[in-house]
Ligand binder design. Structure first.
Ligand SMILES: [Fe+2]
Ligand SMILES: [Fe+2]
Length: 524
């Protein structure tokens, strides 16, 4: 496929000046392990992150503009400058391993703000199965322009990395080389033979792929609930199609990997303005309904109903919803009306004829509670539907663990679970609550725990064996001194040693909200 016309770009060949220079031979003279070397390495990592950022801009811009467009000048200049700065002794090589970016051997640790950029580049490289990219000092503006154009115009779904490499050669693009992806197993330490069961034995690829799918699914659902809420606020109508398709994908994914889906709900900690609560309630409801034996064919409808459970909140002014202070009586009244308002909105929506009444029930019943201690208060006898009972649990759990709903500080998942369990048989259906606990775990997914070795770990999956429910699967994230480890072992806490004792034990739960520790990066 080479129907792309190559026009010689009238490139202004400005001399790119390094931002930071050091004597060419200097880096070789500085001993490894020395303090100066550390500083140098840190600088390289910082520059590496800048390079990733600019590459991302270049790729994104190239999707919109032709290679000759001036919009490309800025990222190209920046990339050339960075390469000139970094590629003194050897070419600059990026690697992607198990979804982590490396510059040479150094891990490019990104902070929360840089996460989106890193994810975007990782997704782009993964799509092509590119494991590494090397830039030589000889690379020029025209090479970068041509490469970016090629990268975005060929379709990785029906072309391979070899096709891309051939095309790079054919077009005379110099100074950029691609490497295949190497499949690295998550490194296993001694004594973890049984870690993660069958999943851990598989190559990283399907797991990574599933995580990617899950993450994309989450983003799509969040986008569609956002668009629908906006549209309702503006008095427009919307169709359910996009949301329904996205939810169906999640339902399919859950059949393969419930953990990947539940792990997504830990995203609640950072994103500021998407509609995480609705999406999380939808995911949690699907998982609970699945465990409760809900017909598989109806899971997507339930997920959709759950997604729109708070639609009535679109009648509450945003100023009230985001009010930092206490609610007035009027605010509370508006708040308490949202289940009924939701019924009105949903009834008017296009496409409702094809949707079961459970969608309306979800909105109407989700704050009622099993013992009718909640709202709205009814004067007629009522039986809360299964959907309503599922929703009540999922909604409550997510509202309490999330900081945005009702603007409280979030509680740690395990605290929320304790509080929820105290209302078993009262506000919550006891059987469903039990199933829910099996689903998220006694020590829920996303919890931070300390092992008796003083290592910290994140709970990634509930225990397979109910008799040992307090022994979930965990991923170790720090060494005993508290230093983060990049490829922490995944450990099954039910694993025993030769003498029949458990090999690893949790000594305490750590409140990740108190420590402001975001565990979501271990899932997505
Ligand atoms: Fe609600
Ligand atoms: Fe809610």
């Amino acid at each position: 496929m080479s129907d792309i016309k190559i026009k010689e770009a009238p490139v202004a060949d400005k001399e790119a000046r390094p931002i930071l220079t050091h004597e060419k031979s200097l880096s070789q003279k500085i001993a490894r392990g020395s303090e100066a070397r550390d500083i140098l390495d840190q600088q390289m990592v910082m520059l590496g992150i800048q390079l990733v950022t600019q590459l991302n801009v270049l790729i994104k811009t190239s999707r919109i503009y032709d290679r000759t467009n001036a919009a490309l000048d800025k990222p190209i200049d920046a990339i050339l400058t960075l390469i000139k700065t970094m590629a003194h002794d050897q070419p600059v090589t990026f690697r992607l391993q198990n979804d982590f970016l490396f510059l040479g051997d150094s891990h490019l640790k990104v902070n929360a703000q840089q996460m989106a950029v890193a994810t975007s580049i990782i997704d782009a490289l993964n799509a092509w199965k590119i494991g590494g990219m090397t830039f030589s000092l000889t690379v020029e503006s025209k090479d970068l322009r041509e490469f970016a154009a090629l990268f975005v115009s060929l379709d990785p779904d029906n072309k391979t990395i070899e096709d891309l490499q051939k095309e790079i050669k054919a077009r005379g693009i110099a100074g950029i080389e691609l490497e295949d992806q190497r499949q690295l197993q998550i490194r296993k330490g001694p004594g973890t033979a049984g870690s993660m069961g069958p999943d851990g034995a598989k190559s990283a690829d399907p797991q990574v792929q599933r995580k990617m799918n899950a993450k994309n699914g989450y983003a799509k659902i969040a986008a569609s609930i956002g668009a629908m809420t906006q549209s309702v606020r503006e008095g427009g109508t919307v169709s359910f199609k996009q949301a329904k398709r996205a939810i169906q994908n999640i339902v399919d994914l859950m059949a393969d990997d419930e953990t990947a889906v539940l792990g997504l709900t830990t995203l609640r900690c950072h994103d500021q303005y998407t509609h995480n609560h609705s999406v999380n309630v939808s995911l949690l409801s699907i998982a609970l309904a699945n465990r409760a034996g809900y017909p598989k064919a109806e899971l997507a409808d339930l997920g959709l109903a759950a997604l729109f459970h708070d639609m009535g909140k679109s009648t509450i002014p945003i100023e009230v919803l985001n009010k930092p202070g206490e609610f007035t009586d009027d605010d509370w009244e508006a708040m308490r009306n949202h289940p009924s308002e939701g019924v009105l909105i949903l009834s008017k929506m296009r496409g409702l004829t094809n949707l079961p009444g459970r969608m309306v029930a979800a909105s109407f019943e989700h704050h009622m509670n099993l013992d009718f201690s909640g709202y709205p208060k009814l004067t007629v006898p009522w039986t809360i539907s299964l959907t309503g009972r599922i929703l009540t649990i999922a909604d409550c759990y997510d509202a309490m663990t999330s900081s945005r709903v009702y603007r409280r500080e979030p509680m740690s998942p395990s605290k929320v679970l304790n509080m929820t369990l105290s209302k078993s048989g009262k506000a919550f259906d006891a059987v469903l609550l039990k199933l829910f606990v099996n689903c998220v775990g006694i020590i829920p997914i996303g919890s931070l725990v300390m092992l008796e070795t003083s290592e910290l770990a994140v709970v990634i999956k509930p225990a397979a064996d109910k008799a040992n429910a307090e022994r979930p699967y965990i991923k170790i994230i720090t060494d005993p001194q508290g230093n983060p480890v990049d490829y922490g072992r995944e450990v099954d806490l039910t694993e025993k040693d030769e003498t029949g004792d458990f090999r690893h034990n949790i000594i305490r739960l750590i409140d990740n909200t108190e420590y402001k520790f975001d565990t979501s990066r271990y899932f997505v």
